[in-house]
Design a binder for this molecule. Structure first.
Ligand SMILES: CC(C)(COP(=O)(O)OP(=O)(O)OC[C@H]1O[C@@H](n2cnc3c(N)ncnc32)[C@H](O)[C@@H]1OP(=O)(O)O)[C@@H](O)C(=O)NCCC(=O)NCCS
Length: 229
């Protein structure tokens, strides 16, 4: 796409400097090691391929969340959203989940979405925890505003972290936000935020070499499950 940089300077929202998320590795309940790392705008076309099948999965709100992530990723790629970041989870290079979020202000984070492709391993819960870790510990923010679009999300975030209800409308549809404060984050950290650093060199090299996207039928089967749940 040809880009008029003069006009782009007007169309692109101004951004504040953003610290990098240091990669970590989490050993899951099935003993597989999941690398969690920050990706860049260049990775968006690959991420879109992993998200696309979810647009047609009418179960556990995957279609709603998938469609929103799809649009947020495109907006990020084309500089139409301010201070977004995206972390992915990879096992043996294969993408098993992702989270995205953004800095609303220097002090306040606006949590966007969490998507788990490999299920039953708390992949989504670990990725959400990594997103909160990034907001509070590396971006140095005071609070993160969060909403849940699904009952599983509500259980994972609002209940597991004991998030504070507020009346602040969240930018995802205006629902009242729940808040993770620094205090709540550090109170939950030992229980919910796991992982080791640095990531062993060979694991990191494999993750960075390529974000492998499982084929569409496999993604569908992993999400919907053989038990038809
Ligand atoms: C919410 C979400 C990120 C949580 O991911 P997660 O922590 O990895 O959890 P899972 O989705 O794998 O599992 C949630 C529960 O459903 C069960 N489950 C549902 N379908 C399953 C399947 N196909 N295979 C295995 N487990 C399944 C799990 O056993 C688990 O039970 P538990 O809560 O007792 O542990 C994930 O469910 C998801 O991506 N949902 C769609 C998008 C969404 O709602 N995002 C959050 C918006 S706020």
């Amino acid at each position: 796409m040809a880009v008029d940089m003069e006009l782009e300077a007007v169309l692109r929202p101004p951004e504040c400097p953003q610290a990098h998320y240091p990669a970590k590795v989490i050993t899951l309940a099935n003993s597989k090691r999941m690398v969690v790392r920050e990706v860049t705008r260049d990775d968006v076309p690959t991420l879109l391929k992993a998200v696309h099948p979810t647009l047609f999965i009418d179960k556990d709100y995957y279609n709603v969340v998938g469609a929103r992530i799809y649009s947020e990723l495109l907006a990020w790629q084309y500089y139409r959203v301010q201070n977004e970041f995206c972390l992915v989870g990879q096992i043996d290079g294969i993408m098993v989940g992702m989270v995205n979020s953004r800095m609303y202000t220097a002090e306040t984070g606006m949590s966007l979405h969490t998507l788990a492709i490999d299920r039953g391993l708390r992949v989504g819960a670990h990725l959400f925890a990594a997103k909160m870790e990034h907001h509070i510990e590396y971006l140095g923010q005071d609070e993160v505003l969060i909403v849940a679009e699904s009952p599983i999300g509500f259980r994972r975030w609002m209940i597991e972290y004991g998030l504070e209800p507020t009346t602040i409308p969240h930018e995802l549809g205006g629902a009242p936000s729940y808040r993770l404060t620094r205090e709540l984050y550090f109170a939950s950290k030992a229980r919910l935020v796991v992982g080791d650093r640095p990531v062993p060199e060979e694991l990191m090299a494999l993750a960075e070499k390529e974000i492998v996207v499982a084929d569409e039928a496999m993604i569908r089967e992993k999400i919907v499950g053989l038990r038809g749940r």
